[in-house]
Design a protein around this ligand. Structure first.
Ligand code: NAP
Length: 281
């Protein structure tokens, strides 16, 4: 029996146990997967937990703490300075970040090609930092980053272009005003990695820009299948308007693979989760 868990605060809302138990059943692997509300200092919690557990997912607000305590980090975790998956093996704490790769897999499964695409990325928090490297690794044309607080977007870009070679000329930052006042601008794919939908608010992007996109993607997800942003873009007739449930499932699948070395069927898990969420609305 593999002892696993998701650690966070708050944690009650987490769908991770349902997703991982689905994978375990499918692959016939015995796991226990708990939601754990961590109220102590993260490092001391892990020091006790790792004595009996095999690994865990880590969510808000502990992803940076998990990054700091890992002995070995994946490239994605190093760049993101955040870890969402820990593996305890041979007295070593391995830290990974599967969020960005989960997003890339979801685009692939939904038939959205990233090759040579112009991307508008909204938000300059941890989620944006986590998805930047996998996006640049996917041969996109360029990324324009906007954020409510422009200074944070500039800071994130400066950090990123120093870390990842050859991104300087294809990574731009704009203020929201310059974006909305330039009617010539258009993007193939618009990714909302801000927390705006969490507050039921639309990011300040003009409909003229949104309408021209082939695909919009909101990292947030809801039980209804739509966020305020994906609903708004669908009403503007954007062809593909996708919420982040698929990303959640695929980042989980990559964690499960790290722990068990088993690949899982994310499409059937997504079908299952959609009906589970409908029933539990
Ligand atoms: P974060 O580090 O707290 O950053 C929040 C970002 O959102 C900042 O850029 C902030 O702008 C912006 N923001 C907050 N409220 C806003 C509003 N009302 N209008 C416009 N911008 C606003 O959060 P995070 O960790 O990056 O997470 C962002 C979102 O991604 C969350 O909704 C989270 O649930 C989602 N997420 C989903 C997955 C998945 O698997 N589907 C994985 C990771 C994250 P300022 O800089 O101006 O404050």
């Amino acid at each position: 029996m593999l002892e696993l868990a998701v650690l966070g605060n708050p944690i009650e809302h987490s769908l991770s146990p349902i997703i991982h138990n689905f994978f375990a059943k499918e692959t016939n692997i015995q796991i226990s997967y708990e939601k754990i509300l961590v109220q102590d200092e993260f490092e001391s919690f892990i020091n006790t937990f790792k004595k009996h557990a095999y690994g865990c997912n880590v969510t808000i607000p502990f992803k940076e703490d998990a990054y700091k305590i890992a002995d070995k980090l994946s490239d994605e975790a190093k760049i993101a300075k955040a870890v969402n998956t820990l593996l305890f093996k041979d007295n070593i704490i391995y830290g990974h970040n599967t969020d960005g790769l989960g997003l890339i897999l979801d685009f692939k499964d939904k038939g959205i090609s990233l090759l040579n695409k112009k991307i508008l990325l909204i938000g300059a928090g941890g989620a944006s930092l986590g998805i930047l490297k996998p996006l640049f690794d996917s041969n996109i044309l360029d990324i324009t980053l906007v954020n409510r607080t422009k200074e944070k977007a500039l800071y994130l870009r400066d950090y990123f272009v120093q870390e990842i070679k050859n991104t300087k000329d294809i990574f731009h930052v704009l203020s929201l005003d310059s974006l909305n006042n330039n009617l010539d601008l258009s993007f193939d794919i618009i990714i909302n990695a801000s927390a705006s939908s969490l507050y039921n608010e639309l990011p300040n992007i003009s409909d003229a820009i949104l309408k021209k996109a082939h695909c919009v993607y909101d990292l947030m997800y809801t039980k209804d299948g739509d966020t305020i942003f994906t609903k708004h873009c669908r009403e503007l007739n954007v062809q593909h308007s996708i919420q982040g449930l698929g990303m959640l499932i695929r980042q989980a699948a990559l964690s499960f693979e790290l722990w068990t070395e088993k690949k899982v069927n994310t499409l059937s898990c997504e079908q299952y989760m959609l009906s589970y969420l409908k029933e539990n609305r």
